[in-house]
Design a protein around this ligand. Structure first.
Ligand code: PGA
Length: 249
């Protein structure tokens, strides 16, 4: 059975002290839920966040990592560095990494393999641009993103993967995919996995929706059968909003 997940991608927000206070507030206010709750603060605050949440069910994820084991990669962070501080989940392929830092499907395929070799869990992001949707190419774009980075993996590797469908036109714009658009794409993604692997693998993968999820739209989006939760940007920076979204699941 796939799990329900609400993950907060804090991006380049929150200082050390702001991280500490938001986590204190989240820990105090989080509802009892069987859904997984994940937060992804920035790298410099990961160790402290992990420490602060050591007795909590709130999990900590990194927003990125390098594919290499170690070496001359100034400014980069390795899987071992994350694991050493107890961070076992990493977000890969976020559209901001693709757009602003030149991350390609080929690079992401390498990162995915490294993370899986290290037994890390991946939240793999992908999604079409506005032009792709306008021209009706959104399904083929999404399928090729998955194919290029993930579809040569063994079926067993998929237990380490959570997918996050994030249409680029909905990220940080206030414009959300409608629940129907999200469901349509999530069902397409699940079918693509079933076609490339098998139904059991497809049914075991959690597929999150991301892109302007807010307290007022979360419940409708999460109510769709193939939507297993959300990857939340802006609304995860505010305790009340994030908790309301967790409650919506
Ligand atoms: P948003 O960001 O919720 O602010 O649109 C989502 C994301 O980038 O993961």
């Amino acid at each position: 059975m796939r799990t329900k997940i609400v993950a907060g991608n804090w991006k380049m927000n929150k200082t050390h002290s702001e991280t500490e206070s938001l986590l204190t507030e989240l820990s105090a206010k989080r509802p009892d839920t069987t859904a997984e709750i994940i937060v992804a603060p920035t790298f410099v605050n990961l160790a402290a966040a992990r420490e602060q949440l050591s007795d909590s069910i709130i999990q900590v994820a990194a927003q990125n990592m390098h594919f290499a084991e170690n070496g001359a990669y100034t400014g980069e962070i390795s899987a071992d560095m994350l694991l050493d501080i107890g961070v076992e989940t990493v977000i890969l392929g976020h559209s901001e990494r693709r757009a602003h830092f030149g991350e390609t499907d080929d690079l992401l395929a390498k990162k995915v393999k490294t993370a899986l070799n290290k037994n890390m869990r991946i939240i793999f992001c992908f999604g079409e641009e506005l032009e792709d949707r306008k021209s009706g190419n959104h399904f083929s774009v999404v399928e090729s993103q998955l194919k290029n980075a993930l579809f040569d993996l063994a079926a067993t590797a998929w237990k380490g993967i959570v997918l996050a469908y994030e249409p680029v036109w909905a990220i940080g714009t206030g414009e959300t995919a409608s629940p129907e658009q999200a469901q349509e794409m999530h069902a397409f993604i699940r079918k693509a996995i079933a076609d490339n692997y098998d139904g059991a693998t497809a049914n075991s993968v959690s597929i999150l929706y991301g892109g302007s999820v807010k307290p007022n739209n979360a419940e409708d989006i999460f109510s769709k059968p193939d939507v297993d939760g959300g990857l939340i940007g802006g609304a995860s920076l505010n305790c009340g909003d994030f908790i309301a979204i967790v409650k919506a699941i």
